[in-house]
Design a protein around this ligand. Structure first.
Ligand code: VG1
Ligand code: CO
Length: 596
């Protein structure tokens, strides 16, 4: 095959958002955008990358895109292109390959030789010819590309005039692992085992033998919803092949190009069947008509690219913010942390609840609050300096948007969260004999609340709002409330009073870079004197229109009032905030699209 130069022209609107670049599939099919490899080379000190991983979440257009990218990488002189057999890998698994894979296969964390990874995914967005496709880029430590990288990339898309590719036939991705395709005299594709490095990463975190023993108890049952995403096949490998669970523990665990028509976002709305089978209602409360003893002990779901997680117990939903706080408080149940004497640091995104902060403070662990998006955690995890010279690991981080993870990779990791919860359950049930009732997820979480107080939390999403009205809402909040004196506002009838507002900006403690306009925060005081907060942000992952996210949170110390469903406990606060910001007047929406 020969290298050819094809002329092209700049493309508008290709600025990556919170996590990669997402567009309607038809946009990708019609346009050619090859600025990525130039940007990667620039960020690699002007040297072409030697080894790059390319994989996708299996959505429609996955294999076509892999073929195109392989040709472009080879034509630009990348020597080794690693593609998983069948082309499908979850986002955390790609991160594990970058961090661990050596030229001859497996390796320890930190030994990986790939300098970059391209993940073809629009993550939790639906897939198919009429839906979304996207690209995420990960750098040499396995972390999502930072803002400097994505801005450079964006500028290049506005200047591009030509790109290099090969005029060659496609390659067969279903060939055996280890198959090599010599695309040019100096560039070859190798089909790699998708599981090996990721499995090594998980095994470095958890006690697989112990978990196998616990989950084989006759009174343990679990249900995992793969939502037909990339995480599915990893879940089968781990839960069934490694831990010996029955096939019946899995649902929707075969990757499909359109995710079986579902919206592969593991929340109470889109994982509705799992939610029902866990004895829950769509608002996260228990369906009292179901006998809890007949339900699985643990329920979980992952998103399209396997980096998100939903965790539930029998008739009990764990909010992602609580999940993080509980993993932090129970770190001794997780060998990865316990073996190193605990956590050196934790971090959460700003809109996530402060449940984590409370535990971190009680346990003397430094806690960072970052803007939304995993790229901000990467720096913290990779720096010894940010923790007074201590090694960066062990580190725990997460987001309210069903993302949880640690320093075993540099992405959020859906399956890691599932195994973390399994470990917590296993530890809580040490010494509980067969025939005795198992300590449940519900008991573990309610005990936690009794000790630390509960942060009621939920999120309203207004999807598909016109960009102009969405911006108007944000501008109005900024100009009306931010910086105002707390004495200006009066309490409403229920005694809820706005006490201040601010716009979140962040200075990275490691490299000093600043990021501004990361969310508008309205701080309230309730009649009880307890604090409450409402945050507004515009989504950076949509492919058309705008999504307004409203994050609601209130703290309740009194355990006699913990037994309420979150949307109910937050309804009054939501109404107050919506009225203040004139949501309905500005957007003509009288209800959110989704409440999670
Ligand atoms: C959303 C979430 C954010 C998450 C991002 C990527 O971003 O809010 O917390 O990191 O998706 O998740 P936004 O800008 O739409 O609010 V994934 O699983 O789509 O990579
Ligand atoms: Co995702």
């Amino acid at each position: 095959s020969e290298v050819v130069t094809v002329s092209t022209s700049p493309i508008e609107g290709m600025r990556p958002g919170t996590s990669g670049l997402r567009k309607k599939t038809t946009v990708w099919e019609m346009t050619e955008n090859y600025s990525l490899i130039d940007t990667a080379m620039e960020s690699n000190g002007g040297k072409m990358l030697d080894t790059v991983v390319v994989a996708g979440d299996g959505r429609y257009y996955n294999n076509d895109a892999i073929q195109t990218i392989a040709r472009v990488l080879a034509a630009n002189g990348v020597s080794n292109i690693w593609i998983p057999q069948d082309g499908i890998m979850s986002t955390p698994a790609v991160s594990a390959v970058i961090r661990r894979r050596t030229a001859d296969g497996s390796g320890e964390d930190g030994q990986g030789v790939a300098q970059g990874g391209i993940v073809l995914t629009a993550s939790h967005n639906p897939g198919g010819p009429e839906e979304d496709f996207g690209i995420k880029y990960n750098e040499g430590l396995g972390q999502p590309a930072g803002e400097e990288f994505t801005e450079t990339l964006y500028e290049k898309t506005l200047e591009i005039k030509s790109y290099r590719t090969l005029n060659s036939d496609g390659i067969d991705l279903s060939a055996p692992v280890g198959t090599e395709y010599q695309l040019t005299p100096t560039s070859k594709v190798t089909l790699i085992d998708p599981f090996e490095n990721y499995l090594d990463a998980l095994k470095s975190c958890f006690d697989f033998d112990g978990l196998k023993q616990f989950t084989s108890r006759p009174d343990f049952r679990m249900l995992f919803d793969g939502m037909h995403g990339a995480g599915s096949k990893f879940a089968r490998r781990v839960l069934v092949d490694e831990l010996g669970m029955p096939e019946s523990a899995l649902m929707r665990c075969d990757p499909l190009p359109d995710f079986g028509g579902c919206h592969p976002d593991p929340n109470l709305t889109y994982a509705s069947e799992l939610v029902k089978r866990m004895g829950l209602r769509a608002d996260g409360s228990a369906d009292d008509s179901v006998d809890a003893s007949s339900l699985p002990v643990l329920g979980a779901a992952n998103d399209g690219d396997g980096d998100r997680n939903l965790i539930a117990g029998a008739g009990f939903f764990v909010t992602p913010s609580d999940s993080m706080a509980l993993i932090c408080d129970n770190y001794d149940a997780i060998p990865q942390f316990a073996s190193k004497g605990g956590l050196n640091g934790v971090a959460r995104s700003m809109p996530s609840s402060a449940a984590l902060d409370v535990v971190a403070e009680a346990r003397g662990i430094p806690c960072f609050v970052t803007p939304t998006g995993w790229k901000f955690f990467g720096n913290l995890m990779s720096s010894k300096e940010s923790f007074d010279g201590k090694d960066y690991g062990p580190f725990l981080c997460g987001e309210e948007s069903f993302g949880t993870g640690s320093d075993h990779v540099r992405e959020k990791d859906g399956l890691w969260a599932v195994l973390a919860w399994m470990s917590i359950l296993s530890k809580a049930n040490e010494g509980v004999g067969e025939g005795e009732p198992l300590t449940s997820v519900r008991e573990i979480v309610t005990r936690h609340w009794a000790k630390y107080g509960r942060h009621f939390y939920c999120r309203y999403d207004y999807e598909g709002v016109e960009s102009e009205s969405a911006n108007a809402v944000m501008d109005f909040i900024r100009s009306s409330f931010v910086g105002s004196d707390s004495g200006t506002f009066e309490a409403n009838e229920a005694g809820i009073r706005l006490v201040g507002a601010e716009e979140f900006s962040y200075e990275d403690p490691v490299d000093g870079s600043r990021t501004s306009k990361q969310g508008l925060i309205l701080n309230f005081e309730l009649a009880s004197g307890d604090p409450a907060r409402v945050v507004f942000r515009l989504s950076g992952t949509g492919s058309s229109g705008a999504t307004i996210r409203m994050y609601l949170e209130r703290y309740e110390k009194d355990s006699s009032r913990h037994d309420m469903s979150a949307p109910v406990a937050l309804k009054e606060l939501a109404d107050v905030a919506l009225k203040l910001v004139k949501m309905e007047e500005t957007t003509a929406r009288n209800a959110p699209t989704v409440i999670t």
